[in-house]
Design a binder for this molecule. Sequence first.
Ligand SMILES: Cc1ncc(COP(=O)(O)O)c(C=O)c1O
Length: 305
Amino acid sequence: MVTPYAPPTIADLVGRTPVVRLQRLPVDGGGMVLAKLEGDNPAGSVKDRPAFSMIAAAEQDGRIAPGATLVEATSGNTGIALAAAAAVKGYRMILVMPAGSSRERSLSMTAYGAEVVETDKEGGMELARDTAEQISRDTGAVRLDQFANPANPRAHELATGPEIWEQTQGTVTHVVSSMGTTGTVTGLSRGLHAIAPRVRVIGIQPAPGAAIPGIRAWPPEYLPRVFDPTHIAEVRTVTQERAVETTRALARREGLLVGMSSGGAAAIALEIAAEEPGSTVVFIACDRGDRYLSTPLFDTAGEQA
Ligand SMILES: Cc1ncc(COP(=O)(O)O)c(C=O)c1O
């Protein structure tokens, strides 16, 4: 019997992102460093996985049906991913984000048909989260709440972690992931622990005062509910300077145009590989650098290449 042609949908293209080996950044006699390129997801970031997973879970629970309105607080990538997922599923999407995020981000969201509500920059993500809650109370819009929704880490537990194991043919020794909602680090550490408990998963947060889009060192009262440190070996901090420097080096010396949180994770991955000869260190490259071209991230005019 001939199998009928079944072309993939956009949801089918989420995940199975490539892994590439760094070639020119120095590891000084240490291990190998690999980047998992989450910017290759269809809406451009690691957040495509939880966006499609949270909407699918809400549909399965009967919390939403086509025509429903959804609301979410987001620093950017989740909003873009949710806007894409809501567009193809037929939901109205309201996204709440602090003012001052890169212009590409809000334009991408509105291009997908979402509505963007900007909150005061000084209030940060905490105010955006409180505002999304208020909109939900006032209008009945359904909150997906990526900070508390188990479908966020589950997407990484079921896919991102096992993918890393398979793609490295079981040689991975360390995985480095920067922490925003902490869904990626929590989920992939669970998924990897189930297969290979010896793999060390390292979370990255910004050093005090560092502004790295998408990641945060949370005050205890705002620590995301999805956070589960059980299988996270350690949390390291990265300065903004090192994150920026490494992001630029990834573009100029590796041909990898990624965002600043990816550069922060890469800096720590290089540090670990230098400490551990024979290691295979995978870092999560959360999104693509072209999402930041209107910001100073790659504005190196006058600097030495
Ligand atoms: C650029 C960027 N890096 C890292 C992260 C962190 O991912 P997670 O929320 O899974 O911790 C995010 C999350 O939105 C992000 O947008």
